[in-house]
Design a protein around this ligand. Structure first.
Ligand code: R5P
Length: 261
């Protein structure tokens, strides 16, 4: 692997544990002012010390994160659709690699929509982004989109999407937890991180999700709503860190949560 790509990836995936707790706050790129992210700075600021990386768009980075912050940035560079539009999957690259360099991104992220009318477009966009990333030494995170109109969150769909992303050159992949998740990881030759998805009923449920994923080979999480929609986001991210970096079982992570809330 190119030195620059390896160096940037090791800013995100901590070499001490081989794992990562990325904080996802990019939701507004198609959801607008998501609950608890209406004032992004207010939500992000207190969590920064506990995030191994911050996933967001350039707009929120520039307006809502101090440039002095030392957290590595995973810059979302795809979009162009909204939750109320007709074709959610019709994403294009919205931010250039030069802009990512200007913003000192540690990686750039793009969604792929396997199984939709926009499969070809989003996959070839991924391939082009990988070429650009190689030029600049910037790793690419492929985000495998799921949704009602897309593939289900099952092993066959998730493993298909992850493997294709890796084949096209993604340095790491973000996807969803599913049954037989260990087979997804086994058949994907690059690190896999999981999204949390919509807020689960309890904090313990989210800890279990992270725990199961890591036990089955995930490199970590790129979690958003289950952290910052919790009434105690700092306690929650600390608990998720205990699961991901220290392999704490969910029940012990819940103690961490309770001690910090
Ligand atoms: C994915 O494409 C979204 O933009 C979020 O980054 C992702 O869903 C992770 O956040 P959450 O844990 O809230 O699902």
């Amino acid at each position: 692997m190119d030195w620059g790509i390896k160096n940037r990836l090791s800013q995100i995936i901590k070499p001490e544990t081989g794992h990562t707790v990325m904080l996802a706050v990019d939701h507004g790129y198609f959801l607008g002012p998501t609950t608890k992210l209406e004032n992004a700075r207010q939500t992000i600021d207190p969590l920064l010390p506990y995030a191994d990386a911050l996933m967001l768009t350039r707009g929120i980075l520039r307006t809502s994160v101090d440039p002095e912050a030392s957290v590595p940035v995973v810059l979302r560079v795809s979009g162009g659709t909204s939750i109320i539009g007709r074709d959610l999957a019709n994403e294009e690259i919205t931010t250039s690699m030069e802009e990512a360099v200007r913003l000192n991104a540690a990686a750039v992220a793009l969604s792929i929509f396997v199984g939709t009318d926009y499969e070809h477009q989003t996959l070839t966009n991924l391939a082009s982004l990988v070429d650009k990333g190689q030029e600049y030494g910037i790793p690419i995170l492929a985000v495998t989109a799921v949704g009602k109109e897309l593939g289900k969150r099952d092993f066959r769909f998730i493993s298909l999407s992850c493997r294709i992303a890796a084949e096209l050159g993604a340095s790491f992949v973000k996807t969803y937890y599913c049954d037989d998740f260990e087979k997804v990881v086994e058949s994907c030759p690059v690190p896999v991180v999981i999204a949390g998805g919509p807020k689960l009923e309890t904090e313990l449920d989210a800890m279990k999700l992270a725990h199961d994923a890591v036990q089955k080979g995930a490199t970590g999480v790129d979690m958003g709503r289950n952290i910052w929609q919790s009434p105690h986001p700092i306690a929650m991210i600390k608990a998720i860190r205990a699961v991901v970096h220290e392999s704490k079982p969910p029940e012990e992570a819940l103690e961490v949560f309770n001690q910090n809330k």
